[in-house]
Design a protein. Structure first.
Length: 256
C-alpha cells in the first residue's frame, strides 16, 4: 500500500498521519476523532437539525424531499474522520431526516487506502466505521470517478447517501449532489500549503451553492482566511476550541 506519511497517535488515542508532501498532520494533535466530533458535528448545529422531528411516528419513513434531507459538503475527505463522525452522529440520532454527505478528495490512492479498512490510521477504529468505508459499502462509478454508499438508519430506514468525489476541487468546482449544502466541513491542508482552497473564489462558489442557512466550519482562524470569507459574502465568528487551539471559525451567509 502506498505510504501517505508517518502514523501519529493523538491525545484522544485516535491515529492521524503527517503528510510527507505538505509536512502537516491531517488532524489536531489534540485528537483526530475529538476534532471531527467537536469542531464539525457539535459546533455546527447539525445535531439540532437531526433532532428536529416532523413526524410523530418515527417508524414511518417519510418521502424524500429537499426539506427532509440535509446536505453536507466535506471538503478534504482525508482520513475519513469528519465523514464517519457525521454518519455516527446521524445513525445514533432519531433518524427523522435523510442526509447526503459529499466528500471531496484529490488523492485517489488515499481513498483506496481508506476503503481497504486496513490503513495504518484505522487500527483502532470502531467496527462500524470500518464497515461504512469498506468495499462492501462504497462502490466505484468509473465513468464519473466517484465512490458512493447508501446507509440506512436502524430505527426508521432513513437514508444516508455518501458520495466521495475524486477531483481537484478548485479546478473542477463541484455542484451539490442533491440539494444546496446546509453544512460545510472545510478541512483542506493549511492556507500556506493549499492556498487555492482558501481563496475568495472558492468560498464564493460554496456560498452560491449552499442554503441561505448554511453553516461553514473550519479550523483556521488566520487573517487571510477571515478576509477571504468576508470578501465572498460570509459572516464569520470565532468559536471556542476546547483543546490545543484557542478558537475555530464558524461562518454563515452575510446579509447582502
Amino acid at each position: 500500500m502506498e505510504n501517505f506519511g508517518s502514523t501519529i497517535k493523538t491525545a484522544d488515542g485516535s491515529l492521524t498521519l503527517k503528510d510527507p508532501k505538505h509536512l502537516e498532520c491531517y488532524h489536531s494533535h489534540g485528537g483526530a476523532r475529538w476534532e471531527a466530533r467537536t469542531l464539525y458535528v457539535e459546533s455546527s448545529g447539525i445535531l439540532d437539525s437531526f433532532a428536529q422531528t416532523k413526524n410523530n411516528n418515527p417508524s414511518i419513513k417519510k418521502n424524500l424531499t429537499e426539506s427532509s434531507c440535509l446536505s453536507v459538503l466535506d471538503v478534504g475527505l482525508g482520513l475519513g474522520y469528519n465523514a464517519c463522525s457525521t454518519i455516527e452522529a446521524w445513525i445514533t440520532g432519531p433518524g427523522d431526516k435523510d442526509i447526503t454527505i459529499q466528500s471531496l478528495e484529490k488523492q485517489e490512492g488515499l481513498v483506496m487506502a481508506l476503503i481497504s479498512a486496513q490503513a495504518s490510521w484505522q487500527e483502532n477504529w470502531p467496527d462500524s466505521w470500518k464497515y461504512w468505508v469498506s468495499k462492501q459499502q462504497l462502490h466505484k462509478n468509473c465513468s464519473k470517478n466517484h465512490y458512493s454508499s447508501t446507509i440506512y438508519h436502524p430505527k426508521t430506514q432513513a437514508c444516508c447517501t455518501w458520495l466521495i468525489q475524486i477531483l481537484d476541487a478548485h479546478s473542477n468546482m463541484p455542484k451539490p449532489f442533491f440539494s444546496p449544502w446546509h453544512y460545510v466541513w472545510h478541512d483542506p491542508f493549511s492556507p500556506q500549503k493549499n492556498p487555492a482552497m482558501w481563496s475568495p473564489a472558492w468560498f464564493c462558489h460554496v456560498r452560491e451553492n449552499s442554503s441561505p442557512e448554511c453553516s461553514l466550519l473550519t479550523y483556521s482562524v488566520s487573517r487571510a482566511v477571515k478576509d477571504a470569507l468576508s470578501l465572498s459574502g460570509w459572516q464569520i465568528e470565532k468559536i471556542p476550541a476546547c483543546g490545543p487551539k484557542k478558537s475555530w471559525l464558524k461562518a454563515k451567509h452575510a446579509k447582502l
